[in-house]
Design a protein around this ligand. Structure first.
Ligand SMILES: Cc1ncc(COP(=O)(O)O)c(C=O)c1O
Length: 368
């Protein structure tokens, strides 16, 4: 008997099997859950963006290729304009890159845990994903990545530095080793670059199989406007461009990005303030006995608790402080993640966390 088609009959198997990428919307007075910038885009630069935007014709499409923004970006990052793509968030450029690189059963190696989108998109595209656990101290297992890449004949290796959700960085000599040894495509996500200052850019000329993505969502305080960029060899960038939608970035976001780059020095004080608070938060959190803090190169901390993390997350939330429960990630069953906020937000978070943990007797840490 012929099987009757159902509403989902036409959906690819790998999509049906993929988890839903979603984030429950919580409202909270103090929002430290998405690694956003606690300092908004400067007020006068908002006004300048509106002024420029008002002078444009809204009835017209934006430029097919945003030449002026690419020229500014080329100057900002020190890379050739033809090797730069602009996207509706760096997520769009990650998606376009993976569409171009992955076909059915393509072996893809990535660390675990890492930014969930890589696995989700790769799975939907039909990749065979080979996750390589981070080391117990959450540093990258470079030998593990290279060995696994060889074992599965990987075509793509994805790295995130600093890594979300752990904050771990790939050392530049390790990146160099990966690029020398692995002969597939390396995708390096530098969404948090401005908070660590280390970049793989210097390897782009020597290793044209490297693709680097970055974003205006974090350090530039533009998460709501969705703007990211990609740097690669111009020939490779031209291929990746085929997989992104025409006019993918709206004129308002393009205008705001141009204003931001025209006034790039104005974003430095907020970055410096976040770095200063990161150091203070590190100090404060490391004084709490039930907390084990992992090193970070980003604007957030991963920390492990000696008590179950979910009730702590819930209690913080009840007190108006929203952080991220990452305990469902591989290796992170006792962990939470917190974004570095303003001084008062960080103080409120630490005080609340201290109080909650004082009430719960800490179990002795497991020996590792
Ligand atoms: C590692 C990483 N890459 C990319 C993104 C998304 O960036 P965008 O807002 O540019 O799409 C995030 C956002 O949290 C992230 O953590």
């Amino acid at each position: 008997m012929v099987k009757k088609p159902t509403v989902l009959s036409g959906v690819k198997d790998q999509v049906l099997k993929a988890p839903v990428y979603t984030l429950r919307t919580y409202d909270a007075e103090i929002k430290l859950n998405q690694n956003e910038n606690p300092y908004d885009f400067p007020e006068d630069l908002k006004a300048e963006t509106f002024r420029r935007f008002m002078a444009l014709k809204w009835s017209r499409y934006p430029e097919f290729v945003p030449e002026s923004l690419r020229t500014q970006l080329a100057d900002y990052v020190g890379w050739q304009k033809d090797g730069i793509l602009v996207g509706n968030g760096s997520n769009e450029l990650l998606l376009a890159s993976l569409i171009v690189l992955i076909k059915d059963r393509t072996p893809v190696v990535m660390p675990s845990p890492t930014f969930q989108l890589y696995g989700l998109v790769s799975q939907i595209l039909g990749a065979r994903i080979a996750p390589v656990p981070l080391k117990p101290d959450m540093t990258y297992d470079i030998c593990g990545l290279l060995t696994r890449a060889e074992e599965v004949s990987a075509k793509v290796l994805i790295l995130c530095s600093p890594n979300n959700p752990t904050g771990s960085e790939v050392a530049l000599e390790d990146l160099h080793r990966i690029l020398k040894t692995f002969n597939g495509q390396v995708l390096l996500d530098e969404a948090y670059y401005e908070f660590c200052g280390r970049t793989g850019m210097q390897f782009l000329s020597e290793f044209p199989r490297l693709v680097i993505t970055r974003t205006f969502s974090k350090a530039m305080g533009m998460a709501g406007l969705r703007l990211g960029y990609l740097m690669a060899h111009p020939d490779l960038a031209a291929q990746i461009a085929k997989a992104k939608m025409p006019y993918n970035v709206n004129q308002f976001s393009l205008t705001a990005a141009q204003v931001a780059l025209d006034h790039r020095e104005r974003f430095r004080p907020a970055i410096e303030a976040i770095l200063g608070e990161r150091e203070r938060l590190r100090q404060l959190l490391s004084e709490i006995p039930a907390v084990r803090l992992y090193p970070t190169g980003a604007n957030f901390f991963l920390f492990e608790l000696t008590v179950p993390p979910r009730p702590v997350f819930e209690e913080l939330y009840q007190q108006g402080i929203l952080i991220r429960d990452v305990s469902a990630y591989p290796m992170l069953s006792n962990c939470l993640r917190v974004t570095v906020g303003t001084p008062s937000e960080n103080d409120r978070f630490v005080a609340a966390l201290r109080k909650i943990l004082d009430r719960v007797p800490a179990a002795p840490p497991e020996s590792k």
